[in-house]
Design a protein around this ligand. Sequence first.
Ligand SMILES: [Zn+2]
Length: 385
Amino acid sequence: MNYENLFSQNKEMNLKGRYITLSDIEPLLMNYNSDNQVQIIGESVLGKPIYKYELGTGKTKVLLWSQMHGNESTTTKALFDFFNLLNSNSDLANNLLNEFTFSCLPMLNPDGALLYTRENANNIDLNRDAQNLTQPESKLLRSIFENFKPDYCYNLHDQRTIYGVGTDNIKPATVSFLAPAYNENRDINEERTKAIKVIVAMNNILQEFIPNQVGRFDDSFNINCVGDTFQFLNVPTILIEAGHFQGDYDRDLTRKFVFIELVEGLKKIYENDIVNNKIEDYLNIPHNKICFYDFIYKNIKINYDNNKIITNFALQIKEELIDNQLVFNTYTAAIGDLEGFSGHFEYDVEEALYEDFEINIPKIDQKAEFSLGKSIKFVNGLKKN
Ligand SMILES: [Zn+2]
């Protein structure tokens, strides 16, 4: 399988960047809706439609939902790439549609998507509402789960750029997985084993594309999380977290890796190729950990009470919605030795003097506008000449 070609043939060109809202995906869903496959299943807090796209006639039922966190759009883009594949009339598409029935909620939290927030319009994290079901979006997901009776659930998210994998040679965690626990003991029963074996298949293919950039999430049990609840209800559930790939702040490369793993995992399910996958291979995927900043500047010089101090500082990018545009702004996040942390961008400035437009000492949460040494000015973390 040439996954690079498969992706470029099916990439949904109308979706790009991080800010994906209902108005971006509605026309695409309408194009697919030749025979009522696309339905509005209910409304968000602010009355926006929540769509379900169902396709395939196979006996294995797969429920996938994306953008339950409104600002996590990478897997939504990958889902639409996947929809294009399923509509391509290729042998692979027809195999998938014969083997599976897919029920897809490509944007569970349209209000959060528009506001670019993790939470819904009531400021509730839907992924902590699986038991109380206080929010309309949570109730809808639960009712689809109960009516559709899936054999597998795919819980699709983004993770921040702070996550990495590895010990000596730290790499960004471009994808992280979790087969959520179903009890406090984190036991591995038959259903959880099924999720684990699919993750092993996904990890195997990803290692060909992004070696050592796949992580595994901590499996502490929290029944308020949707994945834990669904696993507790005996449905194998797979959490996918799309993360950072070097330089790809728009996550248009990461979406490709999500597409590839999605297709490969499903192929391995219907070819019954996952039976021999080993639980140890899942447990051997390294834990992801918080070990990255977006920018690190090493060996800056600060004048502090007339003493010169040589230190390091780090910046973190925040995605901010300003006049309906998503802007990447950069703020000071940490100052000090920064032991155990790496930067996606790192500069050794060799004791150049730090100066900004205030007190000439980096302050946490200060917007990153400063100069290092004579005439090297930085705006938003990047050199300006
Ligand atoms: Zn999330």
